[in-house]
Design a protein around this ligand. Structure first.
Ligand code: ADP
Ligand code: G6P
Length: 466
């Protein structure tokens, strides 16, 4: 449906919640976009009935504005060159690795930076067009860090919030960025800047103090033009009701049982669900599983690993290399330990609908979440939400933001420590029902208490009060 109105609540994110894809016969259709940002914000937007400004995920002509699921979607077009330089380049080969502990080396190219600036300007203009007088504009994530200040220049009447879904690095890493001052100044255009963890808010305040004219005082930053910007932690969460509703659907209940049968009814099903990203520690997880099999601490009859690896950023070189490495590891594991009709690792390079994902979460005895660095990790919270039966165990990396809240009930692990990871996987597999229930209760207390609606309400209330 066409829509041309203005909104009092506008989300600006690199991606729209749906991607425009071409069917086999060439007709355009829509598919849910990948990643945690969309999972978290889509339910919030359905509630606020706002407008969502974003890129529809392909370099064809954008379709303009239209309505979907109670929100107005406003498309921003990117040319093929902009996709290569702004999205694949500066966003995902410069900022993403820099902000995730330089797990792979960030690349610094001036043409990428120019494209990033140009595209951020386009998003800012589109948001300025769509926002009503005095509206709230909520800008999302590392792809759009210049938008807050650009938007403030265009529309000083707006309340501007920014939330970073990924980690914000410490000074030793951030200082590498040739455009560090411009990024900090871009963010300081917001009235409120939210981070997943307290440490990130602290890193940002210290860097703004060091590299811009602003001065930081605890959670407030005073800018050179006399404004005050609040920086604060807002750990993001999930739509708990969406998951718990799905859990009780008869199709999901049936599918859960089928999944166990289809993988050969092992004693333990281990599950990983990640975008195929080098931050997720999939290789470390496979190595630990491999060594457990090699050492005969488990057998392929006892334990089967299902690894969903969602296709992601497939034209970026580091992602292509990672895919080759992971698929080599999976191939070796299955060659060594698999039998006909019974692989040791079920590797699924695909996107799934929500009911299938929830069925997998319900089927798994051990959820294995081992990122080397992760802003939050919503999959960990989704697993907890799905375990209304108070069963199952969560193995969680201490380097995921989720570890701050889920440390009590999860089996925390340092994924670089392969022996520790092996011990933790075994402990999680051998947990008895009473301990599993006790841990799951502790986990659920956190996740159910603070779902994504509360997260959004907290953020917006704080923004209004600035
Ligand atoms: P990231 O944002 O880095 O991808 P998160 O764990 O925070 O990581 O969020 C991932 C989101 O994507 C979750 O909501 C998860 O359920 C969803 N997801 C992951 N893999 C798939 C898949 N194969 N198909 C559909 N959704 C997926
Ligand atoms: C992470 C990022 C999001 C991003 C998502 C999927 O969650 O924080 O901003 O949308 O990954 O990545 P993609 O590059 O496909 O948008």
């Amino acid at each position: 449906m066409e829509s041309t109105g203005k909104s009092s609540f506008v989300v600006v994110a690199n991606r729209l919640p749906v991607d425009r894809v071409l069917a086999a016969d060439g007709t355009p259709t829509w598919r849910r976009s990948p990643g945690g940002l969309v999972s978290a914000l889509a339910p919030v937007m359905r509630k606020y009935h706002g407008a969502w400004v974003g890129w529809p995920g392909s370099s064809d002509d954008a379709p303009g504005s239209f309505s979907s699921e109670d929100m107005d979607l406003v498309a921003v077009s990117l040319s093929a060159e902009e996709v290569a330089m702004y999205y694949e380049g500066f966003s995902n080969a410069t900022l993403w690795p820099l902000y995730h502990d330089v797990i792979v080396a960030p690349e610094y190219h001036r043409e990428w930076w120019d494209a990033y600036r140009r595209v951020n300007e386009r998003f800012a203009r589109k948001a300025a067009d769509v926002a009503e007088h005095d509206a709230i504009v909520f800008v999302q994530d590392y792809q759009l860090q210049l938008v807050p200040n650009m938007l403030r220049q265009l529309r000083p009447d707006l309340k501007i919030g920014f939330f970073l879904h990924i980690p914000f690095p410490p000074a030793e890493l951030f200082a590498q960025l040739p455009w560090r001052r411009q990024i900090l100044e871009g963010l300081l255009g917001a009235d409120l800047i939210g981070f997943q963890r307290e440490g990130a808010a602290h890193n940002f305040a210290a860097l703004a103090d060091r590299y811009t004219e602003a001065t930081a005082e605890d959670h407030r930053i005073h800018t050179a033009d006399g404004r005050s910007v609040r920086v604060q932690q807002f750990p993001i969460s999930i739509d708990v009701a969406e998951i718990t509703d799905l859990v009780s659907e008869p199709d999901v209940v049936m599918r859960t049982a089928h999944i166990r049968e289809e993988i050969g009814s092992p004693e333990h099903m281990l599950l990983g669900v990640d975008r195929l990203d080098y931050t997720k520690g999939i290789g470390h997880r496979l190595k630990a599983f491999d060594e457990l099999l090699a050492g005969k601490e488990i057998t392929p009859d006892d334990a089967v690993l299902v690894q969903v690896a969602t296709p992601s950023r497939e034209r970026v070189e580091a992602y292509q290399t990672l895919r080759d490495e992971i698929e080599l590891q999976v191939g070796r594991l299955n060659g060594e330990y698999g039998r006909i009709g019974q692989p040791a690792v079920h590797y699924l390079h695909s996107s799934y609908e929500r009911p299938e994902l929830v069925s997998l979460l319900r089927a798994a005895d051990v959820m294995v979440v081992t990122p080397l660095r992760d802003g939050m990790n919503l999959v960990a919270k989704e697993y907890v939400a799905a375990r209304t039966d108070l069963r199952g165990a969560l193995v969680l990396s201490e380097f995921a933001g989720a570890a701050d809240e889920l440390g009590d009930g999860a089996f925390l692990v340092n994924p670089h420590d392969i022996d520790g990871l092996k011990r933790t996987l075994l402990a999680a597999m051998r947990i008895d029902d009473a301990e599993a229930e006790q841990r799951m209760r502790a986990l659920r207390e956190h996740v159910l208490h603070y779902d994504v609606t509360r997260w959004a309400e907290d953020f917006v209330a704080t923004l209004r009060a600035t």
